[in-house]
Ligand binder design. Structure first.
Ligand code: S3P
Length: 425
């Protein structure tokens, strides 16, 4: 599928984003481990989260999704052996978090995924799960893998990279182990698992970058209201910032401090963004975001502990940087090479086609902003966030931008194009 974008005559409106992808996965997984029926409002009905639901159903869990309302019946940690391999599709979160759940199940499960996911590293979860006592066969580093769980020992572990997926997998395994599991991360990564555990009555202790969980706790079913996805909102924040005279209000967006790097960085660049109506939905903070176009953007340097807070938004941040006066440097972001595509290489290649001055580094990008972009034919490389970032880039380029491989967008944001169109007419 291809989509075409160009500079719009207007870009205005009030929007609501679909539910947060990370929180939706966690609500389903922790709901399945709980005792009782959990109701999730605002569940993200996109391919990645549907992959989590289909894997859970194959493990004997009842999960009924109507629109964005999910009813999930928890088995208190008891699952049934699946009859065929589980398929996580394109979803790294499904694969890695599920491995943490399966590590405590006495049966064998084969887990696989699509060609992109089969290239992504799994040893970062497999290795610590083996230390806890799970048996894992396969090459150990990539899907497909066969995992047979058992009585898990607790783990004390320092993550080599700040990864919320690895942290969450180990917390899910730790929940089911006997004894105290302690995980330390180099920088804080998104803490939705910790917050969702609390929401389900599970005690987790957080001290600085160290998270401890006592095993053999059974979550208590809960009601979850999922905030709008800030990673989806990011595309409209940047669209609003780079299109002159744009005015976009995005309501009910999750602004968890471990996730809202894109808002902070765009504001640091000079974008006119207001955070309004701040409040909490359960343990997660939400707000309405108002962006107005036309404010001149300045280059920034991003690295270190800022990276985990903006990791999924680097493609769209790079588009903003192409419009910012000066040289933007993004570093300490080598993790981008093992996302749904190698996003460092993909951004350098595709934004250059639009005329951006962009240079690839082993751990990031250097972007000299301020040169006008020119429409071109660009490729998503099967990566949903690349497809949406490039479509937004086309809104502030001369001529027409054609994004090939745009079907990838349905992995996280099926309504992206219709929402974008609604702003232009
Ligand atoms: C996610 C964590 C991040 C992020 C991914 C979702 C999560 O991955 O890139 O899109 O839901 O935990 P890492 O934890 O591997 O950095």
């Amino acid at each position: 599928m291809i989509i075409t974008t160009a500079a719009p005559a207007r870009l205005q409106g009030e929007l609501v984003m679909p539910g947060d992808k990370s929180i939706s996965h966690r609500a389903a997984l922790i709901g399945s481990l709980a005792r009782g029926d959990t109701e999730v409002q605002g569940f993200l009905a996109a391919q990645d989260c549907l992959s989590t639901l289909s894997c859970l159903r194959a493990l004997g869990v009842s999960a009924v999704l109507r629109g964005d309302r999910l009813l999930i019946r928890g088995g208190g940690g008891v699952f049934t052996a699946p009859r065929k391999p589980l398929d996580a599709g394109n979803s790294g979160t499904t694969a890695r978090l599920l491995l943490g759940v399966l590590a405590a199940q006495q049966f064998e499960t084969t887990l696989t995924g699509d060609p992109s996911l089969r290239k992504r590293p799994m040893d970062r979860v497999v290795e610590p799960l083996k230390r806890m006592g799970a048996q894992v066969e396969g090459d150990g580093t990539r899907l497909p893998l066969r995992i047979r769980g058992g009585n898990l020992k607790p783990l004390t572990y320092t993550l080599p990279v700040a990864s919320a997926q690895v942290k969450s997998a180990l917390l899910l395994a730790g929940l089911q182990a006997s004894g105290l599991t302690v995980i330390e991360e180099p920088f804080p990564s998104r803490n939705h698992t910790e917050l969702m555990f609390e929401q389900f009555g599970v005690t987790v202790a957080v001290a600085g970058n160290r998270i401890s969980i006592e095993g053999k706790q059974i979550p208590v079913a809960s009601q979850v209201r999922v905030p709008g996805d800030i990673s989806a909102a990011a595309f409209f924040l940047v669209a609003g910032a780079i299109v002159p005279r744009a005015v976009i209000k995005i309501k009910d967006v999750g602004i968890n401090p471990t996730r809202r790097g894109i808002v902070d960085l765009l504001m640091e660049m000079g974008a006119d963004i207001q955070i309004q109506n701040r409040r909490f939905w359960g343990k997660e903070e939400v707000a309405d975001l108002l962006v107005r176009g036309g404010a001149p953007l300045r280059a920034i340097t991003v690295g270190g502990d800022a990276i985990p807070r903006v990791i999924d938004e680097i493609p769209i941040l790079a588009v903003a940087a192409a419009h910012a006066r000066g040289v933007t440097v993004i570093r300490d972001a080598a993790e981008l090479r093992v996302k749904e595509s190698d996003r460092i290489a993909a951004l350098a290649r595709e934004l250059a086609k639009l005329g951006a001055e962009i240079e690839e580094r082993p751990d990031g990008l250097v972007i000299e902003g301020g040169r006008p972009l020119t429409g071109a034919v660009v490729e998503s490389g099967g990566d949903h966030r690349m497809a949406m970032a490039l479509a937004v880039a086309g809104l502030a380029a001369s001529g027409k931008t054609t994004v090939r491989g745009a079907e990838a967008i349905k992995i996280s944001f099926p309504a992206f194009l219709s929402i974008l169109r609604s702003l232009t007419c």
